[in-house]
Design a protein around this ligand. Structure first.
Ligand code: ZN
Length: 314
């Protein structure tokens, strides 16, 4: 019984902070989704609020493994310059703190996933449009890259893979790891959408309106072979909810069922190969935020269930 497994021996970890909910004014990004996902997970998956680990802020030195001095000077001082103003987000001290803490959350989830040989579930993160020297999209710090670089720097991992299933290409992440053969980047996205494309190790650019079958066949044909070839010590799964058919910023047409099958494909591969995996929320802009929350919760639930199966096997 999973409930009998001591907290620290569990194969999954949940990471979240209430401080992710910064005041960003009227904005399409639904920060309210964070506590809604937490509440729904407690309701649906039998987890306790006390199970969620609170991240700490990464050090400036850790952020500097990815980001330039000039950019960190601007961003950490909440200074509005061309480097930060490319973000499409306001910039206040509270917002700076939320993004720094969220980078800490992805790092904590990744560290715990490796330590537990399991599943790190971050109710946050996925800011894949951030470049080393400037913000972009709704993204100020590339938490994905920070987590990988810090764990590599500490010798915790050597090889990593980023499986980016947000509807928008993971352009910042692609650029950061473009010449790094230890980090495999895969992005499956809508081709004719923001952003201007960078080069991932594998880009799957789908046509407007592509639905479940087209998406799942494309991902299913590529993912297992490429991950088996790369042999990552850690997979970071950027599980955007925005390929959903009713998303306001996405032009794909996946159903919730299709998105759940996507989750099973990625998480199932990691579970079958005993590769630690971290899931991140990333984007999600459904007309009804309840739909975005539902899709995120499905991903988290698939992670928890895979962990509970792994706990029973050992
Ligand atoms: Zn997106």
């Amino acid at each position: 019984m999973s409930a009998d497994v001591p907290h620290d021996s569990r194969r999954y970890v949940l990471v979240y902070s209430d401080r992710y909910v910064a005041d960003i004014g009227p904005h399409v990004f639904p920060v309210a989704k964070y506590p809604m996902v937490v509440a729904e997970l407690i309701h649906r998956c039998g987890v306790a609020r006390s199970e969620f680990m609170e991240p700490t802020a990464p050090t400036r030195e850790q952020l500097a493994l990815v980001h330039t001095t000039e950019y960190l000077d601007d961003f950490l001082s909440a200074r509005w310059t061309p480097r930060t103003a490319a973000s499409e987000m306001p910039l206040t001290r509270e917002i700076v703190d939320a993004y720094v803490l969220s980078a800490g959350g992805t790092l904590l989830a990744a560290r715990e996933a490796v330590r537990r040989r399991g599943f790190g579930i971050h109710i946050g993160g996925g800011f894949h449009h951030t470049f080393p020297d400037h913000a972009e999209g709704f993204c100020y710090l590339n938490d994905i890259a920070v987590a990988i670089r810090v764990l590599q720097h500490e010798g915790v991992i050597r090889r990593a893979a980023v499986v980016d299933c947000d509807v928008h290409q993971g352009n910042g992440t692609a650029r950061i790891f473009q010449h790094d053969s230890d980090v495999f980047t895969l992005s499956i996205h809508q081709y004719h959408n923001y952003p201007p494309k960078e080069k991932s190790d594998l880009d799957i650019g789908l046509r407007d309106g592509a639905g479940d079958e087209e998406y799942l066949v494309a991902l299913g044909e590529a993912l297992p072979a490429r991950l088996e070839a790369h042999r990552p010590d850690l997979v970071i799964y950027n599980a955007g909810a925005d390929p959903y058919e009713h998303d306001l910023l996405g032009g794909l047409a996946l159903t919730k069922k299709g998105l759940a099958r996507r989750d099973e494909l990625v998480i199932g591969w990691c579970a079958a190969h005993s590769v630690p995996i971290v899931s991140l929320l990333a984007g999600g802009y459904a007309a009804d935020t309840g739909d975005t929350v539902d899709i995120h919760v499905n991903t988290c639930q698939t992670m928890i269930e895979a962990a509970r199966r792994a706990e029973r096997v050992v």
